[in-house]
Design a binder for this molecule. Structure first.
Ligand SMILES: Nc1nc2c(ncn2[C@@H]2O[C@H](COP(=O)(O)OP(=O)(O)OP(=O)(O)O)[C@@H](O)[C@H]2O)c(=O)[nH]1
Ligand SMILES: [Mg+2]
Length: 394
C-alpha cells in the first residue's frame, strides 16, 4: 500500500478529505471547497479551491499474487487428492503462455515438487506409424489391470501441423482412455521445441504428485524430440518395424544409441516371421550400434500392439532395467542428469525470451543478419555484436 493511503486506496480521514467537495458542482471557493488556510472571511480573491481528488487505484500487485497463491494452493491440494479435473486444469495453467498465469504455475510446481519423482518415467519413440500410440494403449491397459496408474504424455514439436495426429492418438488410445486409472494428455500445441519440452517436464511433476506411478512419454513426429524425451525419462524404448530390405531404414543410428530397449512391433499375422527376423538382425547390429553403457545391455524384443502378444515381455524387461538401474546407481545418475537438463533448458529459454523481448534490437538484428547472409560480417562477430547490444556479452 502506498504511504498515506488507507486500505481502500483513498486518503485517510484528514482535513484534506474533509475539505474535499462533493462531486456536484460546488461553487468555486465556497465554504465546502475552501482549503483550511483560506481566511474564513475571504472573498473571491482566493481562487484556490480543493478539487475532488481521484482516488488512487487500489494497490493491485499483492492481491493478484495472493489470488495466484490461493489458486495454486487449492489446485495443488485437489491434484494431490487425485482429482483428474484439477490435474487437467493444472496442466492447462502450466501450458498457458499468458504472463499472468506464470506466477500461479510456478507456485503450483513449487507446491507439488516435493510429491514428485515417484513414477517410472518411460519414453516411447519410433518412426511415424511404428505403432507407438497403439503400443502405449495396449501396454497401458495391461498396467492398469495390474493395478498401476498410468499417465500418457506426448512431445510434439510440430503440433500445429500434426494436430490431426494428436487427435488420432486419442482415438488410437481408445481402450486406455476409458480406464479410470489412466490419464492421457496430448502434447501442448505449438511453440518451439524447448518450450514444449519444459511444459512436458512440468506436466510429469504434476502427474507424479497426482499419484501416477508410470508416466509414458510418446514422441510425435521426427526430429529432435527423441533426444529431448530421452533427457526426461529413466528408460527409453524404441519401437522398430520390420522394414522391407534395409532393416535400419528410417532409424537414425543416434536413436539406437539412446535406446535402453528396442521392440520390433507389428509381430503378428503375415508380418510375424519378418518381425522376428528383424529382431535377430537388430540384435546383431546392436553390439556395434549401441554398445552397453554401464551394467545394462540393451535388448531387442518383438511384440504386437494389436494382439497384445509380447507386450508383457516388454514390460518385464523394462522392470528388469529399472531394478538393475537402481541397483547400479545409474537411475540416480540419470535423474540428476534430467534435473540438470531441465535447468539448462530453462536458462536457455529464459535467455531467449529476454533477448527477443528487447524489441529495440529488431532493426540491429535485421541489419546484422543481412550482413552475415551476404558475407560482409562473420557470424561470430555478428553474434557478439547482437549479444553485446542485448546486454549479455561481457
Ligand atoms: N498389425 C499391426 N498393426 C499395428 C500394430 N501397432 C500399430 N498398428 C497400426 O499401425 C498404424 C499406426 O499406429 P500408431 O499407433 O498410430 O503409430 P504411431 O507410431 O503412434 O504413429 P504417429 O504417432 O503418427 O507417429 C495404425 O493403423 C495401427 O493400427 C501392430 O502391432 N500390429
Ligand atoms: Mg502416435
Amino acid at each position: 500500500m502506498r504511504a498515506g493511503l488507507t486500505e481502500d486506496g483513498t486518503f485517510p480521514d484528514s482535513d484534506v478529505r474533509r475539505a474535499r467537495p462533493r462531486r456536484d458542482a460546488t461553487p468555486v471557493n465556497s465554504a465546502a471547497s475552501r482549503p483550511d488556510w483560506v481566511p474564513a472571511n475571504a472573498g473571491q480573491e482566493f481562487t484556490t479551491h480543493v478539487v475532488p481528488g481521484k482516488a488512487a487505484p487500489a494497490p493491485h500487485r499483492r492481491p493478484v499474487k495472493r489470488r495466484s497463491a490461493d489458486k495454486a494452493e487449492a489446485l495443488a491440494a485437489a491434484i494431490r487428492g487425485g482429482d483428474r479435473g484439477a490435474l487437467a486444469r493444472g496442466i492447462t495453467l502450466i501450458e498457458s503462455r499468458a504472463a499472468t498465469h506464470r506466477a500461479a504455475a510456478d507456485e503450483l510446481l513449487h507446491l507439488l515438487t516435493p510429491q514428485s519423482g515417484g513414477a517410472m518415467r518411460v519414453g516411447v519413440t519410433g518412426a511415424p506409424g511404428a505403432g507407438k500410440s497403439t503400443f502405449i494403449d495396449a501396454l497401458g491397459v495391461q498396467l492398469c489391470d495390474a493395478g498401476r496408474r498410468v499417465a500418457v504424455l506426448s512431445v510434439d514439436p510440430s503440433s500445429p501441423v500434426t494436430h490431426g495426429s494428436i487427435l488420432g492418438d486419442k482415438t488410437r488410445m481408445e481402450n486406455l482412455s476409458r480406464r479410470p486409472q489412466a490419464f492421457i494428455r496430448p502434447s501442448p500445441s505449438g511453440g518451439e521445441l524447448g518450450g514444449v519440452a519444459r511444459r512436458t517436464r512440468e506436466t510429469i511433476v504434476l502427474c507424479e504428485a497426482a499419484g501416477f506411478d508410470v508416466v509414458l512419454v510418446e514422441t510425435v513426429g521426427v526430429g529432435q524430440s527423441e533426444v529431448l524425451v530421452r533427457g526426461m525419462v529413466d528408460c527409453f524404448l524404441v519401437l522398430l518395424l520390420a522394414g522391407a530390405g534395409d532393416e535400419l531404414q528410417g532409424i537414425k543410428k543416434g536413436i539406437l544409441e539412446l535406446a535402453d530397449l528396442l521392440a520390433v512391433n507389428k509381430a503378428d499375422g503375415d508380418n510375424r516371421a519378418r518381425a522376428e527376423a528383424a529382431q535377430r538382425e537388430f540384435g546383431r547390429a546392436l553390439h556395434y550400434l549401441a554398445p552397453p553403457a554401464g551394467a545394462w545391455q540393451p535388448q531387442v524384443l518383438a511384440c504386437s500392439s494389436v494382439t497384445g502378444e509380447g507386450i508383457a515381455g516388454v514390460w518385464t524387461t523394462v522392470e528388469k532395467f529399472f531394478a538393475l538401474s537402481r541397483e547400479s546407481g545409474e537411475f540416480a545418475v540419470r535423474r540428476q542428469a534430467q534435473a540438470l537438463a531441465w535447468l539448462d533448458a530453462l536458462v536457455t529459454e529464459g535467455l531467449r525470451e529476454t533477448y527477443t523481448r528487447r524489441s529495440g534490437l529488431a532493426p540491429l538484428a535485421a541489419e546484422i543478419e543481412a550482413q552475415v547472409r551476404t558475407g560482409l560480417l562473420p557470424a561470430p562477430e555478428g553474434a557478439r555484436r547482437l549479444l553485446a547490444a542485448a546486454g549479455f556479452a561481457p
